[in-house]
Design a protein around this ligand. Structure first.
Ligand code: G3P
Length: 215
């Protein structure tokens, strides 16, 4: 099985606004079908230009249309062709009640949710709602150089067993190399969620190519 790679652009300077478009231009030459691009809200408009890429939002709000200043609803995302989102990232946590409501709503709308979880307790709790994906990311490793696959192998294995065939398991935090990805897969993950390893690299496109060559 080829790993699915979710790239979180976060709000890095070289990955938002006009710079986001430049990065996507580079990435759009890749033929790999297993790559997902998680963009900031202001860049989701680029979905119409890069309709060959799988573009996800970095979050989604619980509300429908209406008087909800500053919010971004699932409906509004779908209206511009976005059909998936990260949710509950460590840098943008959502309360439990809203997570459950968003998960239920996503199923009715065929909208894909990558639900982030910080520990095994959260994975146990939310796997009952069968999100499409759970992304296990220990917060203390995010943005660092120690990969989750090296630091937390036993938790990845346990998470894989909990998710079984119902939910695809992604792992993230400190993932920088093809070895990190292969090790995550060997431990039971379906793919990875990665940010700085690609976005903060001096040549993001070359880095991404080096992560996608088959073993
Ligand atoms: O969402 C991905 C993320 O939080 C991991 O960040 O920079 O450790 O790859 P990074």
């Amino acid at each position: 099985m080829e790993p699915e790679i979710f790239i979180n652009f976060k709000h890095y300077e070289n990955a938002v606004g006009n710079n986001c478009e430049k990065l996507l231009n580079d990435f759009s030459n890749l033929k790999d079908n297993n790559i997902y691009y998680c963009l900031s809200y202001i860049d989701l408009r680029l979905n119409s230009k890069f309709n060959n890429l799988k573009i996800f939002s970095q979050s989604v709000d619980v509300n429908d249309y209406g008087a909800f200043t500053g919010s971004v609803s699932m409906e509004s995302l779908m209206s511009i062709g976005i059909h998936g989102s990260l949710l509950n990232h460590s840098e943008n946590r959502i309360n439990e009640e809203n997570i459950i409501r968003i998960l239920e709503k996503s199923k009715n709308n065929n909208f894909t949710i990558v639900l982030c979880a910080e520990n095994i307790e959260e994975i146990k709790k939310y796997s009952k709602f069968e999100p499409d994906y759970i992304a296990y990311e220990p917060p203390e490793l995010i943005g660092g150089n120690i990969s989750v696959s090296n630091a937390k192998p036993e938790i990845i294995e346990e998470a894989g067993k909990i998710c079984k065939n119902r939910t695809k398991l992604l792992v993230g935090a400190g993932v920088k190399t093809k070895e990190d990805i292969d090790r995550s897969m060997d431990l039971g993950a379906h793919g990875v969620l990665i940010a700085s390893g690609i976005i903060r690299d001096p040549k993001p496109i070359n880095k991404l190519i080096s992560l996608t060559h088959t073993r």
